[in-house]
Design a protein around this ligand. Structure first.
Ligand code: ZN
Length: 352
């Protein structure tokens, strides 16, 4: 059983976004947003496994597989960290890290042979990381401006160099094999600027920039992941509400990037709905348009836990992926421990 106290604790970083009851203004904004965008019934619903895999290089953010053929990789043991990031600000707390710590973490991981991949790549075992290197997955939750901000300068938009995406891209410019591979689990209609990385002028972010941000992430090769409409505690609501929250989050992504196959879903607060299967698949019919949106995910992200097992491990469960919270010096300790105990996953050499 889950409880509210635990759920609140698990995502205290974005208290406003995590509120179970958005204010009336927010609810209407979210509704207006969903209605304003042309609803498109997701092609994801009917995709079988073969379709999903075939679509991966262009739609999942995994990009071309260049270094290692998945078919040549033997089953292996070893942990593969799936890191969870919330706010990137000026303080270190449970769900907040400083910009300096984020920069430090990228440099630390790089120096220890880690290279980023997306959740979609992980579950497909399409790991385009050179043999001898260590894959790592970054997941970003709640779609705050601290993750991806724009600055307007002389009439043009620039990525805020102090936002996580700005820091990531700057690091990649000096470390070319640090690719744009991470998974962004987004809210599309939450309050406090948690609507596709900011809206309504909150933290300087304009509402009309939101879709552009998603398109940029997709174009770079990052993965877009659904984190619901406004971050409700799904255990507290009936089945129909659960499906509406999830489907409308997906619908909004489709409005920004039409046809995008959303494959990964992150549970708000790490809390499962009472009917657990609804986290993975379900549908919602828009009462105004009659359009039905279906979802059927290949990966579900939980919150707490240590480093995940690697996807070649028989115990790997893509519909229940644990994540490791990036807080204080936890990742420093994790990297040291995995090396000391030789329990980290390393991409093996080509077998032939
Ligand atoms: Zn969240």
């Amino acid at each position: 059983m889950f409880n509210v106290a635990l759920g609140t604790l698990l995502c205290s970083c974005s208290r406003a976004a995590d509120s179970d009851q958005p204010p009336a203004t927010n609810r209407s904004t979210a509704t207006a947003f969903a209605m304003a965008e042309a609803p498109v019934e997701s092609p994801a619903a009917s995709g079988d496994a073969a379709t999903v895999h075939a679509a991966l290089p262009t739609n999942s953010g995994a990009g071309p597989v260049t270094a290692v053929s998945a078919a040549l990789l033997p089953a292996s043991t070893g942990k593969l960290p799936v890191l969870m990031v919330h706010l990137v600000t000026d303080t270190d707390a449970l769900y907040t890290i400083t910009k300096a710590r984020f920069r430090h973490t990228l440099a630390l991981l790089y120096a220890h042979g880690y290279r980023p991949i997306t959740v979609a790549q992980m579950i497909d075992r399409r790991i385009d990381v050179a043999p001898g290197m260590r894959p790592v997955v970054f997941t970003f939750d709640d779609a705050s401006a601290s993750q991806f901000g724009y600055i307007e300068k002389n009439g043009s938009l620039q990525i805020d160099p102090e936002s996580a995406v700005g820091i990531w891209l700057a690091f990649a410019r000096t470390h070319p094999d640090w690719k744009p591979r991470a998974t962004f689990c987004m809210l599309s209609g939450a309050e406090a600027g948690r609507s596709f990385f900011g809206n309504k002028g909150i933290e300087g972010q304009k509402t009309e920039w939101r879709f552009r941000k998603l398109q940029f992430l997709r174009d770079q090769g990052f993965e877009l992941c659904n984190h619901t409409l406004w971050h409700a505690n799904l255990a507290k609501y009936p089945d129909a509400f659960v499906q509406e929250q999830i489907a409308r989050g997906q619908l909004a992504i489709d409005s920004a990037v039409p046809g995008y196959k959303v494959r990964t879903f992150a549970l708000p607060l790490g809390v499962w709905p009472k009917n657990r299967t609804l986290a993975q698949r379900g549908q919602w019919r828009d009462p105004k348009t009659g359009v039905v949106t279906r979802y059927n995910y290949d990966a579900i992200l939980e919150v707490a836990g240590g480093p995940s097992v690697n996807p070649f491990d028989p115990s790997f469960k893509p519909l229940s992926i644990r994540r490791f919270n990036l807080q204080h010096d936890a990742v420093d300790s994790l990297v040291a421990r995995l090396e000391r105990t030789n329990t980290g996953y390393v991409v093996p050499p080509l077998s032939r």
